[in-house]
Design a protein around this ligand. Structure first.
Ligand SMILES: [Zn+2]
Length: 370
């Protein structure tokens, strides 16, 4: 297997198109055709992580945080990013990052955090909108199956656990070929009326171009009549944050104990009434303080995230137990899910690439407890 194969695998779960538009996900260092023997999964790339990759003979590191994020002015040994890039290149290690695409996909960063603290019935805190479009095309009855199959193969018609989903209805299409037209049906200059099938399928916005091209290639007409509609449906696959329930309601104090234990951290910053019962819990791995109002609106009893500033705590609604459990701590659980996902996909393809979760603590934040 090569890096490109692993990239395709990751992006089949967390498409790069759903990432934040100012993000930098994808291949950061190395070549897509580089052979992959083993993979090391980490939140961040550090000198220690690269040494670990070398020890484990990994030719690919997958990091959650992109090493290349801010524009670089130079690549030298004197600054961190340049030094790390140099090391990766000299060691023949490719670096691929799955950042906000891994945040925004079902089962990603926030779902992993929710599972880690023991929630069940997990769903998105806020589902994404406008990630789908509808493609409608008018096809002669005998060609419907062929066009439908071509569109489905290009990625249209996937709804939940169902594929090749389509709707068809029959009607009449009219046209008058003119000039140099070479009509599939009828003759130049004569108005025709033919039976046609209206074929409708949905597709993710980033696959529309591919689907339309496949549809046009499979369609017998010289000029294909089709429409692409914007949809405002919310997505079941993509969104931000997560919300779920504890198996039984517990007091705030007990809840903090659970969070601390499950995330293996002895430091939690919080605001709220510790005597109130907690049952419904919203979470967002990493910097999720923009979602505080959404968590309040969702009716959650607690919201666990990271990087909450003093004023965000000050402004928070006391009905909600607001918990800052640390950036690295709230994102770490996704590494296990990504590792499991890749191992399963690689085994399914009967390949023998090893996948390791980094044993190095890449958290740049340390705590002093007196
Ligand atoms: Zn992060």
């Amino acid at each position: 297997m090569v890096v490109r194969d692993i990239q395709r695998m990751v992006e089949s779960w967390a498409p790069k198109e759903i990432a934040w538009d100012r993000d930098n996900t994808g291949l950061q260092v190395g070549e897509l055709e580089r052979r992959v023997r083993s993979i090391l999964i980490t939140l961040d790339v550090t000198d220690e992580v690269i040494s670990e990759a070398k020890r484990k003979r990994a030719t690919l590191i997958i990091s959650h945080h992109p090493l290349l994020f801010h524009p670089l002015k130079s690549v030298t040994r004197d600054e961190r990013v340049g030094r790390l890039i140099g090391k990766l290149i000299r060691s023949g290690i490719a670096l691929y990052s799955a950042h906000t695409n891994l945040d925004f996909t079902r089962g990603g960063v926030s779902f992993a955090l929710a599972e880690q603290i023991g929630l069940h019935n997990i769903g998105f805190l806020m589902k994404s909108q406008r990630v789908q479009k509808k493609i409608v095309v008018f096809v002669p009855p005998n060609d419907v199956e062929k066009v439908l199959a071509a569109m489905a193969a290009a990625g249209a018609g996937q709804i939940g656990n169902y594929e090749s989903c389509a709707f068809t209805s029959t009607g009449k299409g009219t046209f008058k070929p003119k000039g140099d037209a070479r009509p599939y049906v009828g003759r130049v200059g004569i108005r025709e009326e033919v039976e046609e099938v209206r074929l409708e399928m949905v597709a993710p916005t980033w696959k529309v171009e591919r689907v339309v091209k496949a549809m046009q290639e499979a369609h017998p007409y010289e000029e294909v009549a089709y429409d692409v509609y914007d949809l405002t449906n919310v997505s079941d696959h993509y969104g931000v944050g997560a919300i779920g329930q504890l198996h039984r309601a517990v007091e705030g104090r007990k809840f903090l104990e659970t969070v601390s234990r499950s995330l293996k951290t002895s430091v939690l910053r919080y605001r709220g009434n510790l005597n109130r019962k907690i049952r419904s819990v919203a979470v967002c791995g990493g910097s999720g303080s923009d979602l505080i109002p959404v968590a309040v609106q969702s009716g959650a009893d607690a919201f666990v995230t990271a990087d909450i500033t003093y004023h965000r705590f000050e402004e928070s609604d006391l009905r909600l137990l607001l918990v800052d459990a640390g950036h690295s701590e709230t994102e770490y659980p996704v590494l296990r899910k990504l590792t499991q996902f890749l191992r399963k996909e690689i085994a399914r393809r009967k390949e023998s690439v090893q996948v390791f979760r980094s044993a190095v603590t890449s958290n740049p934040v340390h705590y002093y407890l007196s």
